[in-house]
Design a protein around this ligand. Structure first.
Ligand code: FES
Length: 335
């Protein structure tokens, strides 16, 4: 049985996709399919028929919709097909991105996207436990295929309000009893506490779903001896990330080019730098996409993103400058 898994390297594109300076290029909506109540899949292809770049499980892309909204969606088809597939949930409380996709986007439309980025990498492990809530199945789906192919033991618990709201169920049938589908309207809430109170030694858990589910699972796993075994991806920012916190203070950021800016309370490093003529590529501005990740040369980081692992936070090598701040009075960034 092989225990090798290749997940981290996203190869450079082999073809000229017409990528602009801001990283965007155009793709065509080749197909739109209903996948469940309130969930569509978008199938994207290059307008000239060129193969879209390969990607690894856990990757997402920035999508610039024709109505000007910028959104991040996980890639949820198996890698290497030359096309991409996204799953989009209609979010009643959303800001218009998912409503536009559901109501206005049609096959043949052109949208702008950036190349895949991966903040939710499937790392080698002796065993995997995947937990998906609702649309959180999208980044997990290609992970299952990768785990299956590698021969590493795994299981999935896929939770949702009802089966009719849960996308891609038919694609999971091939995995047999490795997949447990749990619909709340049939059996109440899934007993996560029982599942996670005595974790098997060595297994790694990958979780994606709504914020409250992630918060609950995070509280159940906070006592695990090894936090590196717990991996999660948020679709929605932690509200604490973007709100000013008690104790926030003004500090100075210096770039390696020698530009110095003051970052007042209530202003992000990203905005302070932009105001000083140092624009940094960004997307979500909420600490969930990783686009603004910046290398830190010196200074103590006050991490407020929803991306970096505990290990990465401790290493202190990079930060998301759209939300994270400086604990001290000065820091130097590699810009
Ligand atoms: S812009 Fe998305 S993490 Fe900063």
């Amino acid at each position: 049985m092989s225990t090798t898994i290749e997940t981290t390297v996203v190869p450079e594109p082999q073809v000229d996709l017409g990528i602009a300076d801001d990283g965007f290029f155009e793709v065509e909506v080749a197909e739109i399919r209903p996948e469940a109540d309130g969930v569509l899949s978008l199938h994207l292809a290059h307008p000239a028929g060129k193969p879209l770049p390969d990607w690894a499980p856990g990757s997402h892309i920035d999508v610039l919709l024709p109505n000007g909204l910028l959104r991040q969606y996980s890639l949820c088809s198996e890698a290497g097909a030359g096309r991409w597939r996204l799953g989009v949930l209609r979010e009643a409380a959303g800001r218009g991105g998912s409503a536009y996709v559901h109501d206005d986007l049609r096959p043949g439309a052109r949208i702008k996207v950036r190349e895949p980025r991966n903040n939710f990498t499937l790392k080698p492990a002796p065993e995997y436990l995947f937990l998906a809530g609702g649309i959180g199945i999208t980044p997990i789906l290609p992970m299952l295929a990768a785990a299956q192919e590698s021969g590493i033991p795994w299981r999935l618990v896929y939770m949702g309000r009802s089966r009719s709201s849960m996308a891609f169920l038919s694609e999971l049938e091939r995995f047999g009893d490795k997949v447990q589908v749990h619909a709340d309207d049939e059996a109440g809430l899934f007993p996560l506490k029982d599942l996670l109170q005595a974790p098997d030694a060595g297994f790694h858990t990958y979780v994606c779903g709504p914020g409250p589910l992630l918060d609950f699972i995070s509280s159940l796993t906070s006592a695990w001896d090894d936090q590196k075994r717990f991996h999660f991806e948020r679709f929605v920012a932690d509200p604490a990330a973007t709100a000013p916190a008690a104790g926030d203070h003004e500090f100075t950021v210096e770039t390696t080019e020698g530009i110095e800016v003051q970052v007042p309370v209530g202003t992000s490093i990203l905005d302070a730098l932009a105001g000083a003529g140092v624009p940094v590529l960004n997307s979500c501005r909420e600490g969930i996409c990783g686009t603004c990740e910046t290398t830190v040369v010196s200074g103590e980081i006050d991490h407020r993103d929803s991306l970096l692992s505990e290990e990465e936070r401790e290493a202190g090598e990079t930060m998301m400058i759209c939300v994270s701040r400086c604990k001290g009075l000065r820091m130097i960034l590699d810009l």
